[in-house]
Design a protein around this ligand. Structure first.
Ligand SMILES: Cc1cc2nc3c(=O)[nH]c(=O)nc-3n(C[C@H](O)[C@H](O)[C@H](O)COP(=O)(O)OP(=O)(O)OC[C@H]3O[C@@H](n4cnc5c(N)ncnc54)[C@H](O)[C@@H]3O)c2cc1C
Length: 422
């Protein structure tokens, strides 16, 4: 381990930041370790926000012990004792506002706006993303990124209430499913022709549309939002096709802004979408500064270019990998994960290994969309690029090894016992 690192600062106390901090300690870093987080909460897990927190299923009403996560056991990344054992200077309610690489300092705004600086020898940037907000001040229009957002949405759920979900990405789709479970009337509005166009092949997108409709959702595809109407509080959503949908509640899942504005002018390279440009070790252009999680963009040898993932598992894996590389100095290891994402909707688990789109070949190697249970291979340019499973966890995960190295389409089909069609 390098002996020039006495103070390491991790900015962003989410999944990626916590894993980076844990890995630094696990690798034997004994110096001063500071974890800065803008939210008032200790690190927590976001996936349950659109699932268990909204449905109440899997929550622990007995509280699972005293403290800030009482009643939110599903959300806990670690219990308080495990976080305390890291011997961190954990500063919640503290926002990084600027980075000065020459002085090796992060300027922060603490509770009550108190300004200060934190010195570092090594820095991990893990400030993730925030939800894009629709352009309206009307009450009753929500987004879903934080625990506070989720609690506000849950409080507004009411059986028989009319929810309009804007955007059929994963967050929108899960909010839709959770709201149906809570007895709400739901209209799902999506500007594209199929849901999740950027993430999965349209054939899968069509299946997801059918699932919503079978569960009583009014799905409006190819319709954007023209505006929100109401007197102080939302009453209806006007669509670009001229129609209007009554609404007592709106949840918008229309993507994110990356939390990287605080890095402007620092020398850390930001790409057009605000992502931090990293090399294959997750290092930025600034010495001893790494970036991880939703905001990191890096070259991946098996996907023919640079990638950025908004995936929970990736945030943890990249946090750990970057921490190891920061400490290693020489002998660093390129970060070449098999991307993994899951989504839970209508009591069905959808899992994606690798990339879901674009794909020029899709073959269902087990089951079928009609069965609502399958494993599909996705390919591009004669290579296997992704494995997608619905209600098929063991079978899906069995093929992970095929994506750890380049695998041709025919090799992949052979591994699944499927004869290639000629
Ligand atoms: C509702 C929801 C459901 C999801 N479901 C799934 C799922 O089923 N499967 C899946 O794979 N992924 C899912 N995801 C995505 C997954 O949660 C993210 O990929 C993951 O949280 C990214 O972790 P991160 O640490 O990079 O960023 P974040 O989780 O965004 O954490 C960044 C932290 O940094 C803090 N911060 C921001 N700016 C500053 C600053 N300037 N100074 C200090 N702190 C700052 C933020 O407050 C935040 O706490 C879901 C996300 C959401 C919102």
């Amino acid at each position: 381990m390098r002996d020039t690192l006495n103070e390491i600062v991790v900015v962003g106390a989410g999944m990626a930041g916590l894993h980076a901090a844990e890995a630094l300690r696990a690798q034997g870093f004994e110096g001063r370790l500071t974890l800065l987080g803008e939210e008032a909460h200790r690190p927590y897990s976001r996936p349950p926000l659109s699932k268990e927190v909204l449905t109440g299923i899997g929550m622990d009403p007995s509280g699972g012990g005293p403290g800030w996560l009482a009643g939110h056991r599903a959300l806990r990344l670690r219990d308080d004792a495990a976080v305390d054992a890291l011997d961190l200077d954990l500063r919640t309610g503290t926002r990084a506002v600027a980075l000065d690489p020459a002085a090796r300092e992060v300027t922060v705004s603490g509770p009550g706006g108190a300004a200060g600086t934190v010195r570092y020898d090594g820095l991990v940037i893990a400030t993730g993303a925030r939800a894009r907000r629709p352009d309206t001040d009307l009450a009753g229009v929500h987004v879903l990124r934080t625990l506070d957002d989720a609690e506000a949405v849950r409080a507004a759920f009411a059986p028989g209430g009319r929810l309009v979900v804007v955007g059929a990405g994963f967050v929108g789709a899960e909010v839709t499913a959770s709201a149906r479970a809570a007895g709400m009337d739901v209209t799902l509005v999506e500007a594209a022709a199929t849901p999740l166009t950027r993430v999965v092949d349209p054939r899968i997108g069509r299946l997801l549309t059918e699932l919503h409709r079978e569960n009583g959702v009014d799905v409006r595809l190819g319709a954007g939002v023209a505006g929100f109407e109401g007197d102080g509080r939302v009453e209806r959503v006007r669509l670009t096709d001229g129609s209007a949908v009554e609404a007592s509640l709106v949840v918008a899942g229309i993507g994110v802004h990356l939390n990287t504005e605080w890095l402007r002018g620092s020398g850390v390279e930001l790409l057009a979408d605000g992502a931090v440009a990293c090399d294959r070790y997750s290092a930025t252009a600034v010495p001893d500064v790494y970036a991880v999680g939703d905001l990191a963009n890096w070259p991946h040898p098996r996907y023919g270019g640079r990638i950025r993932l908004e995936h929970w598992t990736n945030a943890g894996e990249q946090g750990e990998a970057a921490a190891r590389n920061l400490l290693a100095g020489e002998g660093r290891t390129p970060f070449t994960p098999v991307p993994y994402f899951w989504s839970d909707q209508y009591k069905m688990k959808l899992q994606l290994l690798g990339q879901g789109a674009p794909a020029d070949q899709v073959t269902f190697v087990h089951g079928s969309p009609e069965d609502r249970k399958f494993v599909a291979f996705l390919g591009r340019g004669g290579m296997l690029t992704g494995v997608l499973g619905l209600r098929s966890t063991p079978r899906t995960m069995r093929y992970r090894g095929l994506l750890e190295k380049p695998t041709t389409w025919d090799e992949a089909l052979a591994a699944a016992g499927v004869t290639p069609a000629r």
